[in-house]
Design a protein around this ligand. Sequence first.
Ligand SMILES: [Zn+2]
Length: 105
Amino acid sequence: MSEPTKLTREQLLPLAVAAERRNIAFTDGQCTLLPPLPDCPICGQPSTALRVQPDYSFQFDLVRFAIKPCGHSFTADGEDVFESYNHARQIVASGDTPNSKENEA
Ligand SMILES: [Zn+2]
């Protein structure tokens, strides 16, 4: 297994927005119509699941997560995750897209 790739705040944002949209859809009971996750930032394959490994953050102040089905894994600073998620919530609340040129699905 290769070393996880460190993501920047900019790279985290589309993932955070997708996670937030899915949270909202799930809460609204639209479980069969979950918004899609973004493609893997490394290989560009569509991702079907994002698995977070939370204990990683206790040791290193890093969040580690993996994308399925390609299996690439990533780390991000806890602070960057927190800021991205805050930003994502604002974006979703205002109905914008994080990157209007590529996220008009
Ligand atoms: Zn990948």
